[in-house]
Ligand binder design. Sequence first.
Ligand SMILES: Cc1ncc(COP(=O)(O)O)c(C=O)c1O
Length: 489
Amino acid sequence: MSALAARDETLSAGPAPAARLRLPVASDDLFDGVDRATTFAREQAHGNRDLMGLVDILGIGGPFRAVSPWEIEDEEGRHLIHAGGYAAVPFGEGYPPLVRTVERYLAEARDMGLPQSSLSAWRAALEENLVAILASVAPSHARSRVFFSNSGAEAIEAAVKFVRSFRPGGTLINFTRAYHGKTAAALALTPNEEYQAPFRPLFGPVQTLPYGDLDAFETALRELGPDRVTAVIVEPIQGEGGVIRPPAGFLKGMGELCRRHGIPVVADEIQTGLGRTGHWFASVADGLDPDVITLAKTLGGGMVPVAATIAREEIFQKMLPGVESKRHSNTFGGATLPMVVALRSLELIHEEGLVAKARRDGEAGLARLRELAERFPDLIVDVRGAGMLFALQIRAVAPSRFLPVDAELVDQVGAALALRALHLTGVHGCYSINAQRVVRLTPPLNLPENLRDTLFDRVAATAAAYPQSWRLLGTMSPARWVRLARLAL
Ligand SMILES: Cc1ncc(COP(=O)(O)O)c(C=O)c1O
């Protein structure tokens, strides 16, 4: 029977009586563990089948179990240092000081879970602490306000609405290789053909300028007419773009030009903020005094989804004034559990000195990666880093002109094979979803020193095992290649 015929039959039968429904899975059973094949079959049947298929072919798809906050175990019992999580895992998995606070909250507190339009002690405390942290490095933010949501992209949507209400009718300026997320406005600000093409027309107008080019920025501002620019949105370091830093002076110079014309600047610190790059805010450390800042990832302590958009008071009030203060809202933003986790996460970053530690460990780690790039130029073209955010640019695994596929796909396969090679040596890394042939390492900020050294020893062992990039092709058996070809072509 076709899917449509089945649907018609179901509809004509009317709603199923409750007694006929038996949930196929009991939550209690999951505590006892589930075999991998069952999980894979369930994901194949009802989840993102091809993504799970792809990581399965590569042998990097888990499921993983934490054996310590910083190490995970795959289904074959292999222990890996956790340098994945896309910069959203500041303390590793199940870090006891964070878990204890959550357990205490669940056991002792009786606060309403979704305070929404009512007061919340936890949300209020987080607002105060977040602004205090920001104002400690950017004093002009002492009176700023915070809007909470549930994902980085959603924080960007809020930021775009803030600046549009503040300065309506103009163009948004973004930069080449930017990554701001995949919801409607965030996608329009993420110039990547693969992600944008099927969804045109996109939200706009958006003008994309070369990242890091102050002269081009000044020229574009003159040509567009500063009065016709609503805002600039910028990542102080491009994370998904492959850990790209703009040239010194770019952020500061751009900020000064914008200030002169009253154009608000949104610093997207979703990836870079709260210690990851060795600073509370990478934009501020680089001389920018942004008007709006977006945060997510680290804020959730690697445990819950939570995001924040911090805006200067006058910008915040313009969108959410008086009886219009519900003009932008969401159901779950400011929910108590995420506030508890975020509040404790900021405290741990502060108490454990993780901002300075990330800077120190970042320098040590980058020095190790630079040595590797020198020793293995046929594998590693470049390495980049900012605190505990590292990128390895891998040489192309094969010249695409000899293959029946496009260069983009060859690059994607190259990065995926590098991730597989790292996995086999005991490192769980992450892809760069807006860059070519880049793998990233985003270890927890509190990674103990001995594990930090082991992490880079293992990266070195991986490079030594595959000293030329084409050798990465040999990490996969013919059977895996056949499956990959079926999926990709
Ligand atoms: C700089 C930046 N902005 C926005 C986002 C989107 O965040 P999310 O994936 O939580 O929607 C990301 C995610 O990687 C990011 O790195």
